[in-house]
Ligand binder design. Structure first.
Ligand code: SF4
Length: 361
């Protein structure tokens, strides 16, 4: 039985790659073939590769290679190692990847430094295998499942760790397929995704059974210049409202919180905008607060991708934090973190009193 949901009539509203690379193995999967067919129908150049190695054909010049990679989508098969799920604190019990990479150009992107090679987005053709692997993890969660405040969500699965799944939806339909799959599940579970995109039309009529929570990832207007290629924040908030009207639980991911000059006014305005858009329907609204951080690797990659970006990655207001994996990252120092936390807790209580803050990190 096909699990491919209908696409929106105007699929061009979202991002489309300039080039679609299709590996040989991915054509063995209905989902992979459907993506290739859709791309061809929409006028995207489809390159069928002879094997499974991504012969990228990128130019030598680093700037041109970056631009070309970001305009390329590859259909690949997720190997078993990638289908073994990992815990992902504090968002969810498990991380489930439908794709890897993102076509947008955010100068603080958390993917920089964690994904290897040129930033070609890779979408998985064996989506059905990925979803079929999920039942083994139900009831096995150790993050939100063990939290007194969140255990009622069931086992949680985060789909936005290595990609922005809504960005790829017009061509892939992977997110719709996953939402419909969770809707059919006879077990307490939640699929979670967060996005800086806004075309939610393919999701509105799905039988989601309230088992998917969409969060909009938002930042104040003064940081829009750091978020190239994404949807305007006002549209992301409007999309969230549409999703809530369609019965989905919703949330805000305020990330990354940047303590640049004027942050109080900027984030105050952002929360006021969110309250104006969602205040009357926010009976099940969650908020996740994630401060800006970077490490030496991600900083080097971002500086090569976005030379001249005004994003502050100096040592000012920073302290070094050691992760449980033994690596180091630069986070805001304790006084800055305290000021940010106090501000958000106060302002959210005043403007969105029904919202639940899930975490501040
Ligand atoms: Fe990275 Fe998210 Fe921006 Fe995509 S939308 S480039 S994943 S920060």
């Amino acid at each position: 039985m096909s699990t491919q949901p209908d696409l929106p009539t105007n699929a061009r509203a979202g991002w489309l790659p300039r080039r679609l690379l299709v590996t040989r193995s991915s054509l063995a999967f209905e989902h992979g073939r459907a993506i290739a067919e859709r791309a061809a129908a929409l006028g995207v150049e489809v390159v069928a590769l002879a094997g499974d190695r991504l012969a990228t054909g990128l130019p030598d010049d680093p700037r041109a290679a970056y631009a070309s990679a970001k305009a390329t989508l590859a259909v690949v098969v997720a190997p078993p190692s990638k289908r073994r799920l990992q815990p992902i604190a504090p968002s969810a019990d498990w991380r489930v990847d439908l794709a890897e990479g993102c076509p947008a150009h955010c100068s603080y992107c958390y993917l920089a430094g964690s994904l290897k090679g040129p930033p070609i987005t890779r979408v998985y053709a064996n989506l059905e295998e990925i979803l079929d692997g999920i039942p083994a993890y139900l009831g096995q969660g150790t993050i939100t499942s063990r939290s007194r405040d969140r255990a009622h969500e069931g086992t949680t699965f985060e789909a936005s760790c290595y990609t922005d799944p809504l960005a790829l939806e017009p061509l892939t339909a992977s997110l719709s397929t996953a939402i419909a799959w969770f809707g059919r599940l006879q077990a307490p579970a939640q699929l979670r995704f967060t996005t800086k995109f806004a075309d939610v039309r393919p999701l509105l009529s799905l039988d989601h059974q309230r088992r998917t929570r969409m969060r909009a990832s938002i930042n104040p207007r003064m940081f829009a210049r750091f978020e190239g290629g994404t949807a305007p924040v006002a549209r992301r908030l409007a999309a969230l409202r549409e999703m809530a009207s369609a019965g989905y639980p919703i949330g805000l991911t305020i990330a990354p919180i940047i303590a640049a000059q004027g942050w109080r006014d900027a984030y105050g305005d952002l929360l006021a905008d969110a309250a104006a858009m969602l205040g009357d329907i926010a009976d099940d609204l969650t908020i996740e607060l994630i401060t800006h951080r970077f490490n030496t690797g991600s900083k080097a990659v971002l500086e090569s991708w976005y030379p001249g970006s005004a994003l502050d990655m100096t040592a000012a207001n920073r302290t070094t934090k050691r992760t449980k994996f033994g690596t180091e990252k630069q986070v805001y120092d304790a006084p800055t973190m305290r000021a940010l936390r106090d501000f958000f807790e106060e302002r959210i209580a005043a403007l969105l009193p029904a919202a639940r803050i899930l975490y501040f990190t």
